[in-house]
Design a protein around this ligand. Structure first.
Ligand SMILES: Cc1cc2nc3c(=O)[nH]c(=O)nc-3n(C[C@H](O)[C@H](O)[C@H](O)COP(=O)(O)OP(=O)(O)OC[C@H]3O[C@@H](n4cnc5c(N)ncnc54)[C@H](O)[C@@H]3O)c2cc1C
Length: 431
């Protein structure tokens, strides 16, 4: 079959990979001049297979008013005269209950464990693609006893779902991660304990995508870069063509992988994808002269909702710092206030990880739009259009879930039963 992949982020490229392996003739359409230059560019780098609980949880609603009032809170809401924004918020609020959160977590764990097994196969089969991949484990740190207690209570539930995790006291956390012993580290001082997941991994999503692009070209996949999609043309229950700035593109099947722009471009077809952007920020710090004072393993500061991932790149060792969730529309402009806030979080948490005197501008400042659904589950597989499949809406987990999502979508197109319950991620699923 001739298959057109719409979007060259990590979702589109991994879809192209499995579809090309299945023997299809694949073309990737992308508006930018290169692959993965949007949300898949400088994300938190976490392959966070055991931490998939959605943002919409039972404890979130009471936290929202103080978050919205504080200028330095991890979540900010910029109200707009935008029906999509308010509809998304309403569905998000309705999803903030224990039953829905548990259901979403179980569904996402199935997909994330499947993605992990595919990642392990991928690095074995494609050893030439280097992307600072490391299986160093992850430590989620808590700053108050109540938060740590409730995380410990969750351990048994998480274990029953297949997660291998341990609760570590304050001293054990410091032993595991020497950067926390730095007397100047505010995170080291305030942490009261953490949950350690040895099986968690990190990797540079952008380098993965660039390596994958080269592999795909070698496999015969065509790339139409600088090709902005203007419209999907529907006809008789099928997509007849995709109109682009460079003219129409026709294929037998289309995979929609447009990240935060997926809802906008599918609306004229009568599809309502509940995807809204949650804007986040990252900095990439060159690790300073005393590497022991920068985290060796992936760290999450649970209180401040900031993640830290060590990345061993060809140019040296780096620390990727990511956080913030702004409900603020589709602007991809960097807000200097939010960027400075992330910079300060990092400077206080790991003050000797790098030379902070140079300021955030010297640390590869970046912003990206998480393509978030209110419940936190991506949209995968069939649509009412017989030749249009979805692979979008992965929110804060698109890198983690990429391989499993792409394989499942490729299986649907192939007409075989995917190894995950694809119905859990179907567009029509309302629970
Ligand atoms: C701050 C931050 C930290 C994150 N950290 C993590 C993490 O640690 N782990 C994790 O698993 N996930 C993380 N994520 C989420 C992850 O990065 C995303 O879920 C993932 O990159 C989404 O990939 P995508 O391919 O769906 O979207 P994108 O990467 O945005 O790709 C969509 C592509 O479609 C193209 N496109 C859009 N419109 C058009 C058009 N009209 N015509 C042609 N092309 C078009 C875009 O140019 C883009 O290349 C993070 C996100 C952010 C913002």
């Amino acid at each position: 079959m001739r298959i057109a992949i719409l979007g060259a982020g990590v979702a589109g490229l991994t879809s192209a990979y499995y579809l090309a392996r299945d023997g299809h003739q694949v073309t990737v359409l992308e508006k930018s001049s290169g692959v993965a230059l949007h949300t898949s560019y400088a994300n938190g780098a976490q392959l966070s297979y055991s931490y998939v609980a959605p943002l919409a949880g039972p404890g979130v609603l009471p936290k929202i008013p103080p978050w919205l009032l504080r200028r330095d809170s991890p979540l900010r809401f910029y109200p707009a005269l935008d029906l999509q924004q308010w509809r998304w918020l309403l569905e998000f609020v309705l999803a903030c209950n224990q039953a829905q959160s548990d259901l979403t977590t179980r569904r996402l764990l199935e997909l994330s464990f499947y993605s992990r097994s595919l990642m392990h196969a991928f690095v074995g089969e494609e050893p030439q693609i280097e992307f600072a991949y490391a299986r160093g484990g992850k430590l989620v740190l808590f700053s108050d006893a109540a938060g740590f207690d409730s995380a410990r209570r969750l351990l048994d539930y998480q274990r029953s779902l297949g997660c291998e995790q341990d609760a570590l006291d304050r001293a054990q956390c410091m032993e595991l991660e020497p950067a926390l012993t730095d007397p100047a580290s505010s995170l080291g001082r305030r942490q009261v304990g953490g949950i350690h997941t040895p099986s968690e991994e990190v990797g540079d999503c952008y380098r993965f995508c660039v390596g994958l692009e080269q592999r795909l070209r070698a496999m015969g996949v065509a790339f139409a870069l600088d090709t902005e999609i203007l419209r999907l043309v529907g006809q008789g229950g099928r997509v007849a063509a995709v109109e682009t700035r460079s003219g129409p593109v026709e294929a037998d099947h289309y995979v929609l992988a447009l990240g935060a722009y997926s809802a906008h471009l599918s609306r004229p077809l009568g599809l309502r994808l509940p995807i809204y952007p949650l804007k986040g920020y990252s900095l990439t710090l060159p690790v300073g002269r005393t590497p022991a004072l920068s985290p060796r393993i992936s760290i999450t500061d649970f209180k401040r909702k900031v993640v830290y991932a060590p990345l061993a790149e060809p140019g040296g060792d780096f620390l990727r710092v990511a956080g913030m969730a702004d409900i603020a529309g589709h602007s991809e402009k960097i807000d200097p206030v939010r960027l400075h806030q992330l910079f300060e979080e990092s400077r206080l948490a790991f003050p000797n990880a790098t030379d902070y005197a140079a300021g955030p501008q010297s640390m590869q400042p970046w912003t990206g739009l998480r393509p978030a659904t209110p419940k936190g589950t991506p949209l995968l597989g069939s649509t009412p259009y017989a030749n249009l499949s979805l692979n979008c809406g992965h929110g804060a987990l698109g890198w983690t879930l990429a391989l499993g999502s792409a394989r499942a979508v490729a299986d649907v197109i192939k007409g075989v039963e995917p190894q995950v319950h694809i119905a859990n991620f179907a567009l029509k699923k309302r629970d």
